[in-house]
Design a protein around this ligand. Structure first.
Ligand code: BES
Ligand code: MN
Ligand code: ZN
Length: 500
């Protein structure tokens, strides 16, 4: 399988290797997974046998417990050919899921990628099902890449070759594509906002479309004006960088059943959010290069769907703007007419994401997809509700939301649904226009934002995902140096699989 998403020459080889006894494996390092409660009967037990009971001894001494994401390095262990054995903990066996496996593999890769390695072998558990193996491979690929794109001496170095011992080659190839999709989204988020702005993001999308065979349309300012995308254009006016709307189309469906996509992915692509005239304080503005994470994840997801050649028709649409304070910036009290005809009174220029998405959702609604999922770093309020690791789900159609939640469960990405009762919609009534772009005060801010978006989706089954918390890691964690996470790429790929 070709590696379409990473810049040429930087991907590293990831492949399956024939099953082998631990003693026969030749590599700089061997990674083995361990659950709590002893060496068990899987890979750790095989390594234990090959090393004359080393792991059981360490477990007995309390040096090795298999706690989640705990790493223990053993150098040149007798009985093995590898220079280093890395044991990574999975925690309690009954709590292991796709998310734990992804993060454990990423933790091991991150640990080892602190120095250059030409060959790293992973010993996956024979008891893992295929989706778990794929998530492990993806995690191994994600963990060896850091966020320091601009450092002379990067903290992480990709392995020359990663081997998955005894694993199914097709599953390893799929996991690699999934990891590439996540890493693509992470790279776009981690890039400086002076490098990734609406036009340059659109160019990145065009390059990826060219390599993966996706159809692409890029709407410039003239086209946006002709399409009456006045809401998106209003947000863009404060910036010297012109906006773009990018539409990507993947056609993988075998059966002929009309031109309606099975799935539409929509992403918020605010390449920098200063807050506009409702200016953010400096501490809150730092980090706002990540406000295009929804667009980045949507691009990573559709590129992966294309690489996997899934039998579905899918579109991805991203609204790309920079929210700035230039002389033409949109103002408080402005009333903008969205593409749908709905008028929006602007009460706060920092609630810009919903204003941009109003037009993007309307464009996609016109394509009549069977379901529509939008991803947006939309509200700080969603982080207050659900913290840094969990995304909020909001829907007009419970089956659509349930399908996404199931996909997120199989990928191991945490999501939680919040209510959408009609009463919350009262808060966005305006005295002068159809709606205003903020609620009353700060209460239920994530929900009032979702109620705003709901006005633009018509009767299309739709789920909004507020990824403000999980899209970006402010601090390092065992499985990541921090920075962009590529959140929800893996779940969207699972959703496309379940759909096709
Ligand atoms: N991009 C922000 C939301 C955000 C905040 C994402 C922190 C990630 C981390 C969004 O455009 C925003 O500024 N929302 C405002 C809305 C408010 C003005 C109604 C917010 O959450 O404060
Ligand atoms: Mn904002
Ligand atoms: Zn924003």
């Amino acid at each position: 399988m070709t590696r379409e998403f990473l810049p040429a020459g930087t991907a590293g080889i990831i492949e399956a290797a024939p099953a082998a006894a631990p003693a026969a494996i030749e590599a700089d390092a061997l990674v083995v997974f361990l659950t709590e409660g002893g060496v068990g009967s899987g890979g750790a037990a095989a390594v234990d046998a090959a090393t004359g009971g080393l792991l059981a001894r360490l477990a007995g001494d309390g040096e090795l417990a298999g706690r989640r994401y705990e790493c223990l390095s053993l150098f040149a262990p007798a009985g093995l050919k590898v220079g280093q054995l890395l044991v990574v903990g999975l925690g309690r066996g009954e709590e292991v899921d796709a998310g734990v496996i992804f993060k454990a593999a990423a933790t091991a890769a991150r640990h080892l990628a602190g120095r250059p390695r030409s060959r790293v072998a992973f010993l996956p558990e024979a008891s893992w099902n295929t989706p778990w193996l794929e998530q492990a491979v993806a995690g191994g690929s994600v963990g060896m890449i850091g966020q320091d794109l601009y450092r002379a001496e990067p903290k992480r170095t990709r392995f020359g070759t990663t081997l998955w011992i005894g694993a199914d080659a097709a599953a390893v190839a799929r996991g690699t594509s999934i990891g590439d999709g996540v890493n693509l989204a992470r790279r776009l988020v981690n890039a400086s906002p002076d490098h990734i702005y609406p036009e340059s993001f659109a160019e990145e999308a065009a390059a990826i479309a060219g390599r993966t065979g996706l159809e692409i349309e890029i709407w410039d300012e003239d086209r946006l004006r002709r399409e009456r995308c006045e809401a998106l254009l209003a947000v863009a006016r404060g910036s010297s960088r012109p906006p773009r709307l990018v539409l990507l189309r993947y056609r993988g469906r075998q059966r002929a059943s009309g031109d309606h996509p099975d799935l539409a992915f929509v992403g918020k692509g605010v390449t920098f959010d200063s807050g506009g005239l409702s200016l953010k304080p400096s501490e809150a503005m730092m980090g706002m290069k990540m406000d295009m994470a929804g667009a980045a994840s949507v691009l990573g997801a559709i590129a992966t769907v294309a690489a996997l050649k899934l039998p579905v028709d899918a579109v991805a649409a991203v609204g790309l703007v920079e929210n700035m304070t230039g002389p033409a910036a949109y103002k408080l009290g402005d009333v903008v007419t969205a593409r749908s005809g709905t008028t929006i009174e602007i009460h706060n220029t920092d609630a810009e994401g919903r204003v941009v998405l109003a037009d993007v959702l309307d464009v996609v609604r016109g394509l009549a997809p069977a379901k529509m999922i939008d991803l947006a770093t939309l509200t700080g309020a969603c982080m207050v509700a659900l913290g840094h690791d969990t995304a909020g789900l909001f829907t007009n159609n419970q089956a659509c939301c349930d399908a996404l939640a199931a996909a997120a469960r199989s990928a191991g990405e945490p999501v939680w649904q919040l209510p959408m009762d009609a009463e919350f919609g009262e808060q966005i009534k305006s005295d002068v226009a159809d709606i205003k772009n903020v609620g009353e005060g700060r209460m239920a801010g994530a929900i009032t934002a979702a109620k705003f978006l709901e006005r633009f989706v018509g009767d299309i089954p739709w789920t909004h995902v507020d990824i403000a918390g999980p899209a970006f890691a402010d601090k390092p964690r065992p499985w990541t140096d921090g920075g962009g996470t590529g959140f929800l790429v893996r779940s969207l790929v699972e959703l496309a699989r379940a759909t096709g």
